[in-house]
Design a protein around this ligand. Structure first.
Ligand SMILES: Cc1cc2nc3c(=O)[nH]c(=O)nc-3n(C[C@H](O)[C@H](O)[C@H](O)COP(=O)(O)O)c2cc1C
Length: 387
């Protein structure tokens, strides 16, 4: 499976075309809209999230609530477009009509490198596409992937572990359902209620200071059979694909699986997961420090992946930069931005991880038809149990 996205932040719409989604998958607009709404929530988001309620239009590839196997086109309109028809006009406009030209690059954003790379003197041409508004349709694509996984009994849950240095401490959930239920109710998508309060205080503080803060999100996937992905070639390693997907999210700068970077500090005997066996489940690991991967393949244990999001670059608090027209230094001051988007980013992380896993499963277990894929996955689960 693969997908492309297109669309500018203040253009008429965002579009994604998904290719290779198997036939026979139940897919309704509401499955996607639920995920779009989750992305728009979260303490610390700015005004745009309140103006625009994202809704998907499914324009191809689905008939009577089932996928056809043909490309699926998903469109999300930008409701704000009506205020941008001149600024973002497709047809040429007079030079003096171009308002909100951007000549002041923000440190930490794509503005300056993008302008130099593509030869743009108006950096709106860069920021309209480098903006995380694009993650809207990545979440839409992820919603389709989640539908595939749900039909195969695979659960994906994302949550927030850390914001602005405040770390969740009490993570004593007994199931992924509980983790999901609790974090869904939390304005910062955090399981630990005490930490959540402190995270919101940290966001308030950052906002008051005209600053922004980042954090760490975690995605857990349960129910993936053993052996998805492969050790035989670098571009078939599923952990590598997931790592790339996480770092491809705007503002994500690092990724780890299981105990992650902590593995550098421990001896091997405290890193590797001992292998055990019983006649009902077959082979298992006593622990899951590897986070569900060995040799680029799933171990059958839960996949645990974390991503680090840096603070949002658009700040009210001035950071020095240089105007590309006048070459004069200036202190950036900006009208509107979020102070923290980590909770929303955890929804994006879920989406991109779900896509990579669904894509690997479809590739490995049958490609064309959901019913065949389901049967093949079941066979693999049985085979692994009896191995
Ligand atoms: C959900 C989400 C929302 C974001 N919102 C903003 C924002 O409001 N303002 C901003 O400057 N950056 C925001 N970002 C981050 C920028 O898009 C990102 O830093 C920028 O594209 C530069 O790319 P890089 O940080 O990956 O190098 C957001 C990122 C995510 C994932």
């Amino acid at each position: 499976m693969r997908y492309l996205t297109a669309g500018e932040s203040h253009g008429p719409q965002l579009t994604t075309i998904l290719e290779g989604v198997p036939a026979g998958l139940t897919l309704l607009a509401e499955h996607i809209n639920t995920e779009l709404a989750r992305r728009q929530k979260g303490y610390g988001r700015g005004r745009r999230m309140q103006i625009e309620k994202d809704e998907v239009n499914i324009l191809s590839g689905v008939r009577h609530g089932k996928t056809l196997g043909s490309p699926i086109t998903l469109v999300v309109e930008n409701r704000d477009w009506k205020h941008w028809t001149k600024i973002m006009a497709i047809e040429p406009v007079e030079e003096e009509e171009v308002k909100r030209k951007v000549s002041r690059p923000r440190p930490g954003h794509a503005d300056l490198n993008g302008a130099i790379k593509y030869g743009h003197r108006d950096m709106r041409n860069v920021l309209e596409r480098s903006s995380a508004r694009e993650t809207t349709v990545r979440v839409a694509a992820g919603a389709v992937a989640k539908r595939i996984l749900a039909e195969l009994g695979i659960q994906v849950v994302g949550h927030v572990l850390e914001i602005g240095g405040v770390r969740a401490q009490h993570l004593s959930y007994s199931s992924l359902e509980e983790l999901q239920r609790v974090t869904e109710e939390s304005p910062v998508r955090c399981f630990d209620q005490e930490a959540a309060v402190k995270m919101m205080e940290a966001i308030d503080e950052a906002k008051k200071n005209g600053d922004s803060i980042g954090g760490i999100v975690e995605v857990i996937v349960e129910g993936v059979p053993v052996g998805v992905g492969s050790y035989v070639h670098y571009d078939r390693k599923l952990d590598a694909k997931i790592a790339a997907a996480i770092v491809s999210i705007n503002a994500f700068k690092g990724v780890e699986f299981g105990i992650g970077f902590e593995a550098a500090r421990r001896p091997g005997s405290e890193v590797h997961d001992e292998i055990i066996w019983n006649d009902t489940e077959g082979f298992k690991r006593r622990t899951n420090r590897a986070g569900g991967f060995e040799g680029g393949m799933t171990t059958g244990m839960p996949i645990i992946v974390r991503g680090v999001m840096k603070p949002i670059p658009t700040l009210y608090k001035p950071l020095q930069s240089v105007d590309i027209d006048t070459k004069e230094p200036f202190a950036a001051s900006i009208e509107r931005s979020d102070s923290c988007a980590v909770p929303a980013a955890s929804v994006v992380a879920e989406a991109v991880v779900a896509w990579e896993i669904a894509s690997a499963i479809v590739d490995q277990f049958g490609q064309d038809r959901m019913d065949v894929i389901k049967e093949n996955v079941e066979n693999m689960r049985r085979y692994a149990r009896e191995f």
